[in-house]
Design a protein around this ligand. Structure first.
Ligand code: ADP
Ligand code: ASP
Ligand code: MG
Length: 436
């Protein structure tokens, strides 16, 4: 049987929800359904999750939540009415408003979009609603409790008929609600797929699958027919927004395939993500290109750095003390660079630099802001002569200045740092070097 997760755009309007219903009803194997909160209905619209965070912020600021609650009420009341449902949405919204106004956390507020979305879809389908708080569990330290969760999810197999489960959240041991990071309904879908031992995890969204690169940067990029778990991890971590970067962890070991599908074009087979793609023919040695802006590089120079025992450890111990995780660390003989996301350094950058200076006394320390990282990913790149040359020739010919290069030891990715202003140009140049 299949687990299907429907994203925010799929749950945004009465028409899209009817489309979701028709997809589920067209295959009796589609028994477990995970949903996101209603997303944007049109360009410039606000996602329900963002309205809920805004309601929590209103409460924080003014003592009570106000305008945002009414917008949320309006969206859900309209949905339920247009779908001909009987559920008393108003009383649910009253309860949520009361919860937000009575010291519930922002996580609780944010989770209510998925909660109501699932209640609505369950009634529309005639499926059973199962609250994620009852089956998705976190430990005292806030980390996901895979074992307890897996046992609870397994028990869903005893339920007759279909089940709808809200994505994005679960429950802490103290009974409070905790969410995954943004986009986390993808993770819930993967957890359910593993727990019920699904034959496939279908992830229904608003594009025809995983494209070679971000369709907002390259017009009509090619669609991938397959990619591997590992390639998915690299691409989604580096910014390909289709799937949450943590979606594959629950599936590791189980080997359950993920199929990205388009709710608005269900006849398209989409993209298949498999644990091992070694037998699959590939159109290009490069599988995908992804990237993200907002990084800082700290570059250290010191003569004879390579012989100074403990140099790297001392630098990294400073980062550890500030709770900073870094993205990349390209090194030379007398140089070491550390790439860190801007948001992590916010407000503490000077203190970190001072500390590093004090610890290792470098000849120079240089900071470069506004760096965009671009990852070129593909199993086919390993042992393939000329891939890097092709990438750097394309960047050179487009006038893009490369500020950093890092190649993972697996040789399935090359990471390139460019100035943010060159980001789009660089992605386009690399894309057209391998695909035309
Ligand atoms: P959902 O709400 O269904 O979870 P998301 O907005 O999270 O959907 O993810 C789908 C979006 O990801 C697409 O609409 C597209 O704009 C964006 N995206 C970014 N990179 C890619 C890519 N490489 N391939 C396809 N879509 C991408
Ligand atoms: N609704 C949540 C978000 O907007 C989770 C999700 O859509 O997966 O981040
Ligand atoms: Mg998503």
């Amino acid at each position: 049987m299949k687990v299907c997760k429907f994203g925010g755009t799929s749950m945004a309007t009465p028409e899209s929800i009817r489309q979701v219903e028709s997809i589920i009803k067209s295959d009796p194997e589609r028994k477990y359904v995970v949903v996101s909160a209603p997303g944007k209905r049109f360009k410039g619209d606000t996602k329900v999750t963002d309205l809920l965070y805004a309601a929590a912020a209103e409460k924080e600021r003014y003592g009570v939540a106000g305008a945002s609650i009414e917008e949320i009420r309006d969206r859900f009341v309209t949905l339920a009415r247009d779908l001909g449902l009987e559920t008393d949405i108003d009383s649910y919204i009253d309860e949520i408003e009361e919860g937000i106004n009575n010291a519930q956390t922002a996580d609780y507020a944010a989770s209510r979009g998925e909660y109501l979305s699932a209640i609505i879809l369950a009634e529309k389908l005639g499926f059973k609603f199962v609250d994620a708080a009852e089956i998705i569990k976190f430990k005292f330290d806030g980390t996901f409790d895979a074992e307890t969760t897996n046992d609870l999810v397994k028990a869903l197999k005893d339920i007759e008929g279909g089940v709808v489960i809200p994505g994005f959240y679960g429950r802490m041991p103290d009974k409070s609600i905790k969410t995954f990071s943004r986009g986390g309904s993808d993770v819930t879908g993967a957890i359910i797929a593993r727990g019920v031992d699904a034959e496939i995890y279908e992830n229904w969204t608003d594009v025809n699958g995983f494209m070679v690169t971000d369709p907002t940067v390259v017009k009509n990029p090619r669609q991938m027919s397959v990619l591997s778990y590992e390639e998915l991890r690299e691409l989604s971590y580096m910014g390909a927004g289709v799937l949450h970067p943590e979606s594959i962890f629950p599936l590791k070991g189980s080997g359950i395939p993920i199929n990205i599908r388009n709710t608005f074009e269900p006849e398209n087979p989409g993209t298949l993500i498999l644990p091992d793609t070694s037998g699959c023919p590939r159109a290009s040695i490069v599988t995908g290109i992804a990237g993200r802006k907002g990084n800082t590089t700290i570059s250290l120079k010191k003569a004879m750095m390579n012989t100074e025992l403990g140099f790297g450890r001392k630098v990294l111990s400073v980062l550890e003390r500030y709770g900073i995780s870094f993205e990349h660390m390209p090194t030379g003989i007398d140089t070491m660079s550390i790439v860190i996301a801007d948001k992590v350094l916010n407000g503490i950058e000077q203190a970190v630099l001072d500390d590093i200076k004090g610890k290792v006394n470098p000849d120079s320390i240089e900071v470069l802001h506004n760096l965009a990282l671009i990852a070129v990913v593909g199993h086919g790149m390993a042992n393939q002569i000329g891939t890097a040359a092709k990438i750097f020739t394309a960047l050179f010919e487009s006038g893009v200045n490369v500020r950093m290069i890092d190649q993972g030891s697996s040789e399935m990715n090359i990471i390139i740092g460019v100035e943010e202003k060159d980001y789009e140009k660089a992605i386009q140049a690399i894309y057209y070097a391998f695909f035309d």
